[in-house]
Design a protein around this ligand. Structure first.
Ligand SMILES: [Zn+2]
Length: 207
């Protein structure tokens, strides 16, 4: 749920072993984007849909981080800006979707929410395990590890929402968690765009 995942595109943990592990984490995140995205649409859960977008953003971010290793500050800052703007659009999308959910007042399928939320938790715990031996690395490597860990906490929020939906037979717990996720997307988008703007300005001065 921490949508700011690894927004520093400046990786120094780029050993072959670390790259292999990062590829594995990218595959886990991309796969879960598909699974959770479909489940989110079928169940009508906006929290699952938002969490699926987070998996997508993470897969793209890690892939981008690998792609721009060793490139100029301008390229890395441009990549970060692209990520910030995508995250902003994602946040606005989830916010609009959540607002629409308040109007529509549908009750999502709590069983699917709980089961897929649990699967997403396992996926993030697997990512944490894959990156465990790198958790004390430099700040950027560490941020990938922290990101998977924070996402695991977000998955628990989705499972609690599923329990709430089941208990209250309303969509409110789902909408509250989706709304919080939209807020986190927007919050980190603003931070990433601000940082990328600063880096682009520095890159312009340097050339
Ligand atoms: Zn994430």
């Amino acid at each position: 749920m921490s949508a700011g995942c690894g927004h520093d595109t400046d990786f120094s943990g780029a050993t072959a072993a670390y790259r292999r592990r990062l590829w594995l984490v990218i595959a886990i995140n991309a796969g879960m984007f598909g699974v959770e995205g479909v489940a989110g649409l079928l169940s009508g859960s906006r929290a699952l849909q938002a969490d699926a977008l987070d998996f997508f953003a993470d897969a793209v971010t890690y892939g981008m981080s690998l792609a721009v290793i060793g490139m100029s500050l301008r390229v890395r800052a441009t990549a970060a800006m692209a990520k910030g703007i995508s995250l902003l659009l994602m946040g606005l999308w989830v916010l609009a979707s959540t607002a629409w959910g308040v109007v529509a007042q549908a009750t999502p399928a709590a069983e699917t929410m709980g089961a897929i939320g649990f699967l997403a938790l396992l996926a993030n715990l697997a990512s944490v395990a894959v990156l465990m031996s790198y958790r004390d690395g430099d700040a950027n490597v560490r941020s990938v590890w922290l990101c998977s860990r924070n996402d695991a906490i977000g998955n628990i929020a989705v499972m609690i929402a599923a329990l709430g939906v089941w208990g209250t037979a309303t969509g409110w717990p789902d909408l509250i968690v989706a709304g919080i996720m939209a807020g986190l997307f927007l919050w980190s988008a603003v931070g990433i765009i601000r940082q990328a703007r600063g880096e682009l300005a520095r890159a312009a001065v340097a050339t």
